[in-house]
Design a protein around this ligand. Structure first.
Ligand SMILES: *Cc1c(COP(=O)(O)O)cnc(C)c1O
Length: 454
């Protein structure tokens, strides 16, 4: 019998529902209205998002049906493949079995279109004309531009300035799909102008870019805000990843002891891991879940679990999450998608409940892992995904040390073809680790909002 390395599902196996972890958490956190301090309602959210998505954001239902048009669009790239990483296992000489779920097969090369096409579908149905959003490395901006093109919606993207200049190809991809992309902070919004007045050279941050996009959505009734991560409904949409992975692990006649993902806002990690947690709640085996984050932006490892804004200007509801402070501007990192001050409230709640562990990794170690993975498996990981690769390698080496044949599943959230200049910096020795900015985080934590007094 030949050993299989690839586990494929058929189009009919694309899940028909999304899984909502909120249903299985004892204390699912609410978002709070910053003015009243009371839980946010659907009516509070409808000025900036369609009612269907506002309801998904707040629902406690366990299963949410995936609309048939969304499933049909998923079929453009789903089900995504699951691979046994035999080359990596050999190169590490580990007794562990390593598997990865590869989301780089989507049209833009990451998991983000899983929610982009769903959000575009509901916005089109609700009569929106334009979507406004933020993007870090450009993965979300290109995903939403792709979805906007499919649904004939205009897309306005505020791209973090440092990435806008580092990653011109992602911007060109957005423009190819018809999206409009400006560097953030921009002169086009009050939030952007305020930051530029204080610091004309500001490198930008996801938190600032969110403020610009939300401001535009609030000002124009035909424009809605489309979040790329963090919010409950985004993580909900991403659970197609983990549901497929459960079916594929069954094809492999195996089941993970450990599930690993990188965590910026938490959407690919939640998408992969939450269905496994749900299966555990339903009586199945328990898995360890490991969230890999950058040491220079260690939201889960060193942030505070508190109520904070999702954006720099304080326009969003208060989210109960691990945060470095909404006013904190993380240092420039090549994994731009992991450069966010906060974390998905559902991931934070899962950490608090002991269901998810965090590990903080230096970017140099992650690029080394990305190179090792490329040479062993053939795929070049996105810098974000390389954090998951490095965390999985550490788990595999622990198994080797302990002589344990555990099964490790990790999320390869995207490919790194647009990030080769970062790989060049690594290969030429020019890539340095940004130190953790203890003082900057302390100052931002001292400026956390106090609900009910706004
Ligand atoms: C955006 C992005 C991430 C980080 O976002 P999450 O919401 O934490 O998943 C990770 N990997 C890739 C490839 C991304 O594009």
């Amino acid at each position: 019998m030949t050993e299989r390395t690839k586990y494929l599902l058929a189009e009919d196996d694309i899940p028909t529902t999304w899984y909502n972890l909120r249903a299985d958490l004892a204390d699912a956190p609410s978002h709070l209205h910053p003015g009243t301090g009371r839980p946010v309602t659907v009516e509070d959210l409808v000025p900036i998002m369609p009612r269907a998505l506002a309801e998904q954001e707040l629902t406690g239902e366990r299963e949410v049906e995936i609309p048939e048009p969304v499933r049909r669009l998923y079929a453009l790239w789903r089900p995504s493949p699951l691979f046994r990483a035999r080359g990596l296992e050999r190169s590490l000489d580990t007794p562990a079995r390593l598997y990865y779920k590869y989301e780089g097969v989507s049209p833009v090369g990451s998991h983000k279109p899983n929610t982009a096409v769903a959000q575009a579908h509901y916005n089109k149905e609700a009569g929106a004309r334009r979507l406004a959003t933020e993007t870090g490395a450009g993965q979300w901006g290109s995903s939403l531009s792709f979805a906007g093109a499919l649904f004939d919606l205009q897309v306005q993207v505020y791209m973090v300035k440092v990435s806008y200049h580092q990653k011109p190809h992602r911007r060109l991809l957005m423009q190819t799909y018809g999206g409009r992309c400006v560097a953030s902070p921009s002169e086009e919004t009050e939030a952007g102008r305020r930051v530029l007045a204080e610091d004309p050279d500001c490198a930008g941050s996801l938190g600032i870019a969110v403020s610009e996009a939300v401001e535009l959505a609030m000002a124009d009734p035909l424009t809605n805000y489309a979040p790329g991560s963090v919010l409950n409904h985004v993580l909900l949409h991403q659970t197609v990843i983990g549901q497929e992975a459960i079916a594929q692990m069954a094809l492999a006649d195996d089941y993970p002891d450990v599930v690993v993902g990188c965590a910026g806002g938490g959407s690919n990690l939640g998408g992969l891991a939450f269905p496994f947690l749900g299966a555990g709640f339903a009586g199945g085996p328990r898995v360890r879940v490991v969230a890999a984050e950058p040491a220079a932006c260690p939201t889960l490892s060193r942030g505070r679990l508190a109520l904070d804004f999702g954006d720099a200007a304080g326009l969003t509801p208060l989210l109960r999450m691990h945060t470095l402070g909404h006013s904190y501007v993380p240092p420039p990192l090549h994994a731009g998608g992991l450069r966010y001050h906060g974390m998905a409230p559902l991931v934070s709640a899962a950490v608090e409940a002991g269901l998810v562990e965090a590990v903080a990794l230096e970017q140099s170690a992650c690029f080394a892992a990305g190179v090792a993975f490329a040479r062993a498996e053939g795929l070049v990981p996105a810098p974000e995904s390389a954090h998951a690769v490095e965390a999985a390698i550490r788990e595999a080496l622990r198994c080797k040390e302990e002589g344990r044949a555990e099964t490790i599943l990790f999320g390869l959230s995207g490919f790194g073809h647009f990030d080769l200049s970062a790989y060049e910096a690594h290969l030429s020795g020019a890539l340095h680790d940004a130190p953790y900015d203890r003082a900057g985080v302390a100052a931002a934590l001292a400026a956390l909002p106090r609900p009910g007094r706004g």
